[in-house]
Design a protein around this ligand. Structure first.
Ligand SMILES: [Zn+2]
Length: 348
C-alpha cells in the first residue's frame, strides 16, 4: 500500500473546515469525455489527461480532497456499457490519477463508492451483491493508496451501512453521505437526520448529504442533521437553484422542456457568489466538510475557498473588476459612454 497523507481527514476536520469538490462526472460529460445516461467514468482509461486536469483545477481552486473518479465504476454499471473487462483497470487508474494530483498539493485521496442501483431492502440477496461490489472496488483502491473513503448518493440507509461495514473492515475512515431525492426520508424510511445519526453511531467519521439538492433546499436538512449528530457533518450540494416547490435538481421544471435533469440544468445554475454564500452559511451552521457536487466547477470552489477566508493557488487569477476598463474608478470619458450603453435598458 502506498504511504498515506500525514494529516488524515479526521485530524483536518478537528482543526477546521475541510473543503472538498466533486461533480467530476457532470463536468467531464460537458467536456465531451463521458456519456450522459450511463455516466460511467470511461474517461479514466480513455482520456486520463482530462481527468487529471480536472483534479488539478479543483486542487488549485482549493479542494483539499481528490476524490478518485470511481463513481459508477462498478460491475453492474460497466456491464451496461460493455466494459466489464475494464473494471479493475478503471478503478486502479482512477486512484492513481487522483493520488498523482493530490501530491502536487497537500490534498488527501478519497476512494469513492456510490449507490449501486442493485440494493433492494426487500431482497436480502442484493446485500451480498452490494457488499461484493464495494469490497472489490475498495480492495483495488486500498492497493493503490487512499486516505479515506467517501460513500455517497446513498438512497437507502441499508446500502450505506453495507458500505460503512466494508470501509470499516479496511481500517479506513468513512465519510457517508445520503442522497435526498425524497422530501424527508431515505427510500427505506429513515428521516435523513436519523439516518445520519445511525451512520455516525455505527462508526462513520463524517456523515451528511450530497447531490440532488441545491443550497437553498439542502440547508434546512443540514440544520436538522447538525442538531442530531455530534461528530463531523458533510454537505456537498449541487450548484442549482432548487426551491421548496422543486427541492431537487431532478424535480426542476422549465416551460417547453420535457425534462430539465440532467441535460438542461444550465438556466438554474448558481453563480459563484451564491456558492460562496452557501459555504459561509454551512460553516456558520457548524458543517465541517463543505463541497460541491454535480454541476460544480472550479470557479465555484475557488469562490467558496475564498469565502472561507483562504487564498488558494487559483486566487492569483481571482477577479479584479477594478481593473476592468468599464468598472475601474477612473473610467475614461469614452469608456463611461460605453458603460452608459451597457447600463441602459433596451426598449421593448
Ligand atoms: Zn452529484
Amino acid at each position: 500500500m502506498t504511504e498515506r497523507a500525514e494529516t488524515g481527514i479526521i485530524e483536518r476536520l478537528q482543526s477546521g473546515t475541510v473543503l472538498g469538490a466533486e461533480g467530476y462526472v457532470f463536468e467531464l460529460e460537458r467536456r465531451g469525455y463521458i456519456k450522459a445516461g450511463p455516466y460511467v467514468p470511461e474517461a479514466v482509461l480513455d482520456f486520463p489527461d482530462a481527468v487529471r486536469e480536472l483534479h488539478r483545477e479543483f486542487l488549485r481552486a482549493g479542494s483539499e480532497v481528490m476524490v478518485a473518479l470511481t463513481y459508477y465504476a462498478h460491475r453492474e454499471k460497466l456491464r451496461t456499457v460493455g466494459r466489464e473487462g475494464d473494471l479493475e483497470a478503471m478503478n486502479r487508474h482512477a486512484v492513481r490519477i487522483a493520488r498523482e494530483v493530490a501530491q502536487e498539493g497537500d490534498a488527501l485521496v478519497a476512494g469513492n463508492v456510490c449507490n449501486t442501483w442493485v440494493y433492494d431492502p426487500d431482497d436480502p440477496s442484493t446485500r451480498d451483491v452490494v457488499r461484493a461490489t464495494y469490497t472489490e472496488q475498495l480492495g483495488w483502491a486500498v492497493d493503490e493508496g487512499i486516505d479515506f473513503v467517501i460513500s455517497e448518493t446513498n438512497d437507502y440507509l441499508g446500502e450505506a451501512l453495507i458500505a460503512l461495514e466494508v470501509i470499516g473492515g479496511l481500517g479506513l475512515p468513512a465519510m457517508v453521505t445520503l442522497a435526498t431525492t425524497q422530501p424527508e426520508r431515505t427510500r427505506d424510511g429513515y428521516e435523513y437526520a436519523e439516518a445520519c445519526r445511525i451512520l455516525a453511531a455505527e462508526g462513520a467519521a463524517v456523515v451528511g448529504l450530497n447531490c440532488d439538492r441545491g443550497p437553498q433546499t439542502m440547508l434546512p436538512l443540514l440544520a436538522q442533521i447538525r442538531d442530531t449528530v455530534d461528530g463531523p457533518v458533510a454537505a456537498q450540494p449541487v450548484p442549482y437553484r432548487t426551491i421548496p416547490d422543486a427541492p431537487t435538481m431532478e424535480s426542476l421544471r422549465s416551460e417547453g422542456v420535457e425534462r430539465v435533469f440532467p441535460l438542461a440544468l444550465e438556466p438554474f445554475g448558481c453563480t459563484r457568489m451564491e456558492m460562496a454564500l452557501f459555504a459561509r452559511a454551512a460553516r456558520d451552521l457548524g458543517v465541517e466538510y463543505i463541497g460541491v457536487c454535480c454541476g460544480g466547477g472550479p470557479h465555484h470552489v475557488r469562490a467558496m475557498a475564498e469565502a472561507l477566508g483562504r487564498t488558494v493557488p487559483a486566487s492569483k487569477y481571482s477577479p479584479s473588476m477594478e481593473l476592468h476598463p468599464m468598472f475601474r474608478a477612473d473610467v475614461s470619458a469614452r469608456d463611461a459612454a460605453f458603460l452608459e450603453t451597457w447600463n441602459a435598458a433596451y426598449p421593448g
